[in-house]
Ligand binder design. Structure first.
Ligand code: GLN
Length: 215
């Protein structure tokens, strides 16, 4: 891992509207970060990064839209706060959705197709070679997953499966079509923490001197 620029363990919010947020928090603990459940906009205060877990993007759109939480997250995203989106979380971060649905949080210059693997292969597991994670392949769990139809020029494709991008990174944003929190291999979370450290934004902290955690 690259040297930490943050003073203490980074605090990473995990959107806790639905989905495997507890598993994400456990994965964060494995790589030395503190996870915090985010249910309201107030829970976003002082976080160093945010994870958008899987679930059902239509539910997230409704629940998060009504409460104003998605709007608050979109503001943080626009301010440069690092985010990891997994499965439905990837859909939230996409600039374009196939079929013309309105994008939500946005930020990743990708077009994403929801439920792309169809009914036959709706859910499956496979081994993915991901150069950024080292030589050992990663066991990836796909659950009614999206795939990436197309990527813009600034998007780094981290992994492909059957000719489609399934993990991408662009600046402080990382997204996977699969569920890295459902295995005990924390390398995607470690990669996200590296990305977060490289893009640390201490000036966004609501408390204390820039770069100094006071709690
Ligand atoms: N099929 C879901 C959607 O389109 C995503 C599934 C998941 O997050 N596991 O929102």
């Amino acid at each position: 891992m690259s040297p930490a620029r943050l003073p203490g363990p980074p605090v990473v919010g995990v959107l806790a509207i639905q989905g495997a947020f507890r598993e994400h928090i456990a994965s964060l603990a494995r790589v030395g970060a503190e996870g915090r459940e985010v249910r309201t906009s107030k829970d976003l205060d002082g976080i160093d990064g945010l994870i958008l877990p899987g679930g059902e993007s239509t539910t997230l759109r409704l629940a998060g839209g009504e409460s104003g939480l998605l709007e608050a997250v979109a503001e943080l995203r626009a301010a440069g706060v690092p985010m990891l989106g997994t499965c439905a979380g990837m859909i939230l971060l996409a600039d374009r959705l196939s079929g013309g649905s309105a994008p939500m949080i946005r930020g990743l210059d990708i077009e994403v197709r929801r439920n792309a693997y169809g009914r036959q292969r709706a859910s499956f597991e496979c081994e993915l070679s991901i150069e950024a994670l080292g030589a050992e392949p990663l066991r990836a769990i796909f659950i009614r997953a999206p795939w990436v139809e197309s990527v813009g020029p600034d998007v780094e494709v981290l992994a492909e499966y059957a000719g489609r991008a399934v993990a991408v990174r662009q600046g402080p944003l990382v997204a996977t079509a699969f569920h890295p929190e459902l295995t005990d291999d924390p390398r995607v979370h470690a990669l996200f923490l590296d990305t977060l450290r490289d893009n640390a934004m201490p000036q966004l902290r609501s408390k204390g001197e820039p770069g100094v955690r006071t709690q």
